[in-house]
Design a protein around this ligand. Structure first.
Ligand code: 13P
Ligand code: SF4
Length: 333
């Protein structure tokens, strides 16, 4: 992907009008212009996850998407600098896939409860306990954990990846780590035996099925409920559809529901509203504190200083890259 052209500020405002007052827009316009100038100067592109605030998602991002799309696109970036507006594991994945670029994460503290729930030692112990069983790790893990795995997956391709690695290794079981809820959801979609771990997403595990039932009652059940598969199983059962953040966006594009409840991080709905004027978005969401560490100001600062950078020791990167590239190869096959 080459350097993008500078977008028109009036056009940007029309995309964000429903979320920002003219006063708010006038306050952030100078920062957006500053970021655009820095992007050109540094030959940088911004990869932004679907959970970024609207002013980042619509205002300064060059590429947006779910974890899978960001990984796929990171390979193609030929700009000198990649700024990952997302969390740390996403920036590490971009660095693994495009190691010669400078990869920046605007705030090093932007972590993830899932990535923190498992260590390389845990995987080594699990391999001893389950000899011969292939290990599939969620992309929401550190590079050090990916280096111990056979393959990695995202919520957008988990079922396909589990089935592929089971087939390739001739195993009827797969260790699926670390999200216990995603593991339980994958188990409902496949005959491969899933062996889970006990990690969870601190944002999605806050939802309860009662939340969905009571909103359904409020709206006479005249709405579609879409849940992220990191939610507890009873929440997914109470929903109409489960999918990654990109699959949620695709569902809206395809089905154009009159009213929708997105059981996921708050910015997801904010970012989709503009392109779906036909849909009424019901607000009931939880915020990811890690994603919210990324702001226009931290992005500008990161482009200015070219810090903080992602650096992964070469041997670790080589091993971690194998599991990410194996995932991408399954997608291409
Ligand atoms: P997606 O891959 O669906 O975008 O999910 C990433 C994530 O962190 C969800 O909490
Ligand atoms: Fe991690 Fe959950 Fe935040 Fe996604 S929403 S980055 S899984 S803590």
């Amino acid at each position: 992907m080459n350097m993008p052209r500078k977008p028109d500020l009036d056009l940007l405002y029309t995309r964000m009008q429903s979320m920002l007052t003219p006063m708010e827009w006038s306050l952030i316009t100078p920062v957006i212009e500053h970021i655009q100038a820095l992007k050109a100067e540094r030959q940088a592109v911004i990869l932004a996850h679907n959970y970024m605030r609207p002013e980042i998602f619509h205002g300064v991002a060059d590429i947006t998407g779910d974890s899978l799309a960001l990984a796929q696109k990171a390979v193609e970036v030929d700009a000198e600098v990649i700024v990952v507006a997302g969390v740390h594991f996403m920036a590490e994945t971009a660095k693994l896939l495009n190691p010669t670029r400078t990869v920046l994460i605007p705030d090093m503290r932007a972590g993830c409860s899932l990535a923190e729930s498992i260590t390389p030692d845990d995987i080594r112990a699990l391999r001893q306990q389950w000899p011969g069983v292939p290990v599939c790790v969620y992309v929401n893990t550190s590079a050090a954990v990916k280096a111990e795995a056979d393959i990695c997956c995202t919520s957008g391709n988990a079922v396909r990846i589990v089935e592929a690695i089971a087939r390739e290794t001739g195993s009827d079981s797969v260790l699926f780590l670390p999200d216990r809820y995603l593991a339980a959801w994958v188990q409902t979609q496949t005959d491969v035996r899933i062996i889970p771990f006990d990690g969870s997403c601190e944002v999605h595990e806050q939802y309860r099925p009662e939340d969905i039932h009571s909103i359904r009652e409020d709206y006479n059940n005249d709405l579609v409920v879409i849940a992220h598969p990191e939610c507890p199983s009873d929440v997914i059962q109470a929903a109409d559809f489960a999918g990654s953040t990109a699959q949620m966006a695709d569902y809206l594009e395809r089905e154009k529901p009159g009213r929708v409840l997105l059981i996921t991080e708050c910015s997801m709905g904010d970012n989709l509203m503009k392109s779906h004027p036909e849909t009424d978005f019901i607000r009931s969401c939880h915020m990811c504190p890690h994603m919210k560490r990324i702001t226009l100001e931290t992005i500008a600062n990161s482009l200015q200083t070219l810090e903080p950078r992602i650096d992964i020791p070469a041997e670790l990167a080589r091993r971690a890259r194998v599991s990410v590239e194996r995932m991408l190869a399954v997608g291409r096959s």
